[in-house]
Design a protein around this ligand. Sequence first.
Ligand SMILES: [Zn+2]
Length: 149
Amino acid sequence: MAPKHHPTPLSGGDRKALTKELGRARTMTTILAGQSAEARVKGETLIREADKLLCESWNERMWADGGPIDPSPTVDQAINGGYAWLEIECSRCKTRRDVDLAALRHPPTTFVHDLASRLRCSKCGKAGRRPSATLLQLASRSRQAAPET
Ligand SMILES: [Zn+2]
């Protein structure tokens, strides 16, 4: 790209002022880009904190009352907040397993509570049943290396 042409002012004082203004604008380019990057990092940190608090709030409700499961964080909010695992229990045979939210094929905008009807127990599946999952807790890590189904 050709450098932008600024018409040269007639008076020496104006030429000096133009040079100064150009220098200032070029300095500001860098300063403002730096401030933008800083603000974005701060914003992303705040969003991560908000996502973490949303998961903790949901966990407290699940622990205290077991529901209602709706409202809940979305899958990507849970992952962003540091809760990438969902502990579930089969509503029929009570088998527990930990679901890796990052490995799900559901869209990341899916709400965690919508997973209750979508996560199926493999044991009951073999018996031709499709009971819904009871959602227990969001967790930062898996309690056991349970095989994914
Ligand atoms: Zn089951």
